[in-house]
Write a protein that binds this ligand. Structure first.
Ligand code: SAH
Ligand code: SF4
Length: 386
């Protein structure tokens, strides 16, 4: 069956894998080989207008404009941080729901080249209510379709294609004109929307289309144990990140209600099995909440918890982007002390650089701000045919 965007009658082509697009054409008496041509227009040329797809017969272009569309249409707001390394959009879906996506640009580092990472939303709102998360405080609206997920990546891909980014202060560096990575770390819980998220990743991975390598994709989860187990069986090279944020059930249940359903022992067992099956490292995200989970005692407990996973565990420390008065970001000394304990216990770790503070970059912050003000102007329409 052809997936159709939930509120519009037109088929969203961005929700279809290549075989599904071939079938969609066949069902309409069109030649299935046109699917590859359309995929080329959508994902290589990044075209948004059917009438410009010059190697398609006029009649097919007409049919596409009547029966199909290319993703959601309206960008309600686009913000660039002062250093232009972080850009954020608020995307209005066809039923009026609002989701955020962020583009993060990284200058070249030593031998690695520049990166352009899109932080993608998988749901409007979120059902899991983590206490430090702005999205969690909104409640759950609905899952995004695969097309709505793919569209977020394409929006920034088009923007970079039109205007490649060069890191300021690095005049010799090669401008970056394409997306190199995607992370499912925007609004929502990707594994709660398992089918559509995997469909979107497969579409973006397709050799005939966007061709982004699975190793450049990361799914971040609050820790849905059955879905982690299912994911381990998919034979995918994607990266898995687990939002851990506390090393004891007592503390984790206080900040992350999901822990009451899937406590740490079950979560860690699922991670261990995931590693055994996939032979891939797992990242454990740890939002540092000053004087809540960042003490020496919790660092020791975290090291103890992850020790059995050996070199397959990596901790990403994330100083909290304070969205409410309840939490504060720890200072540099506290962060260093916490990380040193992990290092001393042999736990590999890094710290996520804060970025985009001036544009409400923490997930859910921009929508919250927008809904509080309802003043943001409507700026360019992405798909002119819809
Ligand atoms: N639902 C998924 C993915 C979206 S959240 C998950 O929870 O993993 C992506 C990451 O941002 C998660 O690690 C989440 O815990 C973290 N996060 C949420 N609110 C944050 C905040 N205010 N500051 C810093 N990180 C935050
Ligand atoms: Fe949902 Fe992730 Fe936010 Fe928790 S941190 S409320 S799971 S989006």
């Amino acid at each position: 069956m052809t997936p159709i965007s939930q509120t519009q009658k037109k088929t969203d082509l961005l929700a279809l894998t290549l075989p599904q697009l071939q079938q969609w054409l066949k069902d309409r008496g069109e030649a299935p080989f046109r699917a590859k041509q359309i995929y080329n227009w959508l994902y290589r040329q990044l075209e948004t207008d059917f009438s410009a797809m010059s190697n398609l017969p006029q009649s097919l272009r007409q049919r596409l404009s009547e029966e199909a569309c290319i993703g959601p249409t309206v960008i309600r707001s686009e913000l660039h941080s002062k250093d232009d390394r972080t850009r954020k959009i608020l995307l209005e879906l066809s039923d009026g729901k609002l989701v955020e996506s962020v583009l993060m640009l990284y200058p070249p580092l030593k031998e690695s080249s520049s990166r352009a990472t899109v932080c993608v939303s998988s749901q409007a709102g979120c059902a899991y209510g983590c206490t430090f998360c702005a999205t969690g405080q909104m409640g759950f609206d609905r899952h995004l379709s695969a097309g709505e997920i793919v569209a977020q990546v394409l929006f920034f891909a088009r923007e970079l294609r039109t205007t490649p980014w060069t890191a300021s202060g690095l005049p010799g560096s090669t401008p970056i004109d394409h997306i190199t990575n995607i992370v499912l770390m925007g609004m929502g819980e990707p594994l709660h929307n398992y089918t559509n998220v995997l469909q979107a990743l497969r579409i973006l991975n397709s050799n005939d289309g966007f061709n982004l390598g699975a190793r450049h994709m990361t799914v971040s989860t609050v820790g849905l144990v059955p879905a982690i187990r299912k994911l381990s069986q998919e034979n995918l090279q994607i990266n898995l990140a687990i939002s851990l944020h506390a090393p004891t059930d007592e503390l984790r249940s206080r900040t992350m209600p999901v822990n009451r359903k899937y406590p740490l022992a079950e979560l860690l067992a699922a991670c261990k099995d995931y590693i055994a099956t996939t032979k891939r490292q797992v990242t454990f995200e740890y939002v540092l909440l000053s004087d809540v989970n960042d003490t020496a005692e919790y660092a020791e407990k975290l090291a103890e918890l992850l020790a059995p996973l050996k070199q397959f565990a990596h901790v990403n420390c994330i100083p909290v982007n304070a969205t409410s008065a309840s939490y504060q970001t720890p200072g540099p000394d506290a962060i260093r002390a916490f990380r040193n304990i992990l290092f001393e216990r042999g736990i590999s770790n890094s710290v996520r650089a804060e970025r985009g503070d001036d544009i409400a970059a923490a997930c859910g912050q921009l929508r919250t701000r927008f809904e509080n003000s309802r003043k943001a102007p409507v700026v360019p329409v992405v798909t002119p045919q819809a």
